[in-house]
Design a protein around this ligand. Structure first.
Ligand code: SAH
Length: 473
């Protein structure tokens, strides 16, 4: 086999990145933008010893899972990977991905129920974070990075983010053109505007715009403000985030409020949240309620428990737990998020909470050794993609809570961490994938573990959307 040769392959599987797998003779090829069942004409792009990558040239026989992508840039844009697949097939893929990671990496042979899907898998994101650059012909462009590159795919609209996000980007582009404000150039380190971040509170309609720039002054922003105020209903605040560092980290540490309160408000399942530009906040509020409902069910709280929420962000899970627990402790690394968490606890009159700033792997061991013998009933962890630090896992093992709820956005690191926990006294009881990120390969998973020496009692919890969820399963 050689590069640039074309083959006909039948796609028989998907890898965990959502790429179709098909064989040319006996040689496996990975092909993006395909579905299981497609017969595809493909061109070999890259060869490794035992497998290769090929590009889809034409679908010769479409799979029953295939549908038309809604977005014209879907194949080029790195944001979505699964638009060519029906939503049902996407959910099946996600369930299977979790099952396979748990089996292959963790060695678990546990039942994985169907991934809980969304009612409407479009325009579900409350956050848009988009790079700004210049096209070859010199225009200011906004868009998304192509797969594995920093080339901007120009986009006139994203089918996943909230509806107003496109108008915000248009206003920023027009303002930059009119005021001759240069976009930042990653290669040379020159220029000013790097990214535009906007967020909407779906429950309140409030919209925040944050310009991320390589300088601490945003020239002529009065003009930008005027357009945002008159053209974006719900616009409430404008911020400037200063990021002077080279490299691809999007947000800098310092955020200046140029107009309004610098935060937006939102509500999930009756709890009010204040969110600032730098804080992590779940991007899909409708499914967040479903996810947290499951986490709460798995936590099995009766009102007397002492709970730790590790990697707590702005305290969203913590407050869900605090409504049903005696005491909730939270730990989070971003100071601004911890401030938000304390504020949110106050606004919801949940005084049975206490938040710590710092690394989970440092704060949790320090707290544990300062409080020997204090019983922790439940621990919830919700780490970033890289999973939990081993020092954090070790401490959890020695704290020996009755239950451990693991919320994960990466089922590979989840499987690795579960393996460690189950080799050290825990038992995996239940797994539930939840779809927070339709059209992408990402899947959220919530797991329930019990401590081996204690009986596991299942506590039923009926989420608000129970009928709908049943129907999907
Ligand atoms: N549970 C929250 C946030 C989960 S995202 C929610 O559902 O909204 C993971 C969080 O972990 C982020 O807020 C991130 O800032 C934080 N984080 C990342 N590394 C950390 C570490 N080593 N120690 C503590 N928090 C960390």
């Amino acid at each position: 086999m050689k590069k640039n040769e074309e083959y006909e392959v039948r796609i028989t599987d998907l890898n965990t990145d959502g790429e179709g797998v098909g064989k040319a003779g006996a040689f496996p090829l990975f092909v993006k933008n395909t579905c299981i069942g497609d017969l595809a004409q493909v061109r070999v792009m890259k060869l490794k010893k035992t497998y290769g990558y090929a590009r889809l040239i034409r679908v010769l026989e479409p799979s029953p899972d295939r549908c038309d992508a809604r977005c014209s840039r879907a194949a080029a844009c790195g944001g979505c990977q699964l638009q060519q697949m029906t939503y049902e097939a996407q959910l099946q893929f996600k369930t299977e991905k979790v099952r396979q990671n748990l089996r292959r990496i963790g060695g678990f042979d546990i039942e994985v129920p169907g991934c809980l899907g969304m009612r409407e898998p479009w325009h579900y994101r409350n956050k848009s974070q988009v790079p700004v650059g210049r096209s070859k012909d010199g225009r200011i462009v906004t868009g998304f990075y192509a797969h594995h590159t920093h080339d901007i795919i120009e986009s006139d609209g994203c089918a996943l983010t909230f509806e107003e996000a496109d108008a915000v980007l248009r206003i920023v582009r027009e303002w930059m053109e009119a005021q001759h404000i240069p976009p930042y150039d990653e290669e040379t380190g020159r220029g000013l505007v790097r990214h535009v971040l906007s967020r909407k509170g779906f429950a309140t309609g409030q919209i925040m715009v944050c310009v991320i720039a390589a300088g601490s002054v945003l020239p002529y922003y009065g003009e930008l403000l005027r357009h945002l105020k008159t053209e974006i209903p719900g616009f409430t605040t404008l911020c400037l985030n200063v990021n002077t560092a080279r490299g691809n980290t999007i947000l800098g540490k310092e955020t200046k409020v140029l107009y309004g309160p610098g935060v937006i408000e939102d509500e999930i399942d009756g709890l009010k949240f204040t969110v600032s530009a730098n804080s992590f906040y779940q991007v899909n509020p409708a499914q967040t309620a479903v996810l947290y409902g499951k986490a709460l069910e798995f936590a099995g709280l009766t009102g007397n428990e002492t709970v730790w929420d590790v990697y707590c962000g702005i305290g969203t899970i913590s407050l869900f737990l605090a409504r049903r627990a005696k005491k909730v402790y939270g730990v989070e690394i971003v100071p601004q998020a911890v401030e938000d968490a304390r504020l949110n606890a106050g606004r919801n009159a949940l005084q049975n909470t206490e938040f710590f700033t710092g690394k989970a792997e440092e704060v949790l061991p320090a707290w544990h050794s300062a409080h020997p013998g204090e019983k922790i009933d439940v621990i919830v962890v919700d780490p970033p993609r890289k999973g939990c630090d081993e020092a954090c896992l070790q401490t959890i093992v020695s704290m020996a809570p009755d239950r451990l709820v693991y919320v994960s956005c990466d089922s590979a690191t989840l499987a690795r961490d579960l393996k460690y926990l189950c080799e050290n006294g825990f038992r995996l009881e239940k797994v539930q994938p939840v779809d927070m990120f339709g059209m992408t390969v990402h899947v959220e998973t919530v797991c329930c573990l019990s401590h081996q020496n204690k009986d596991f009692i299942s506590v039923p919890y009926e989420p608000k959307d129970a009928d709908y969820l049943k129907q999907l399963n």
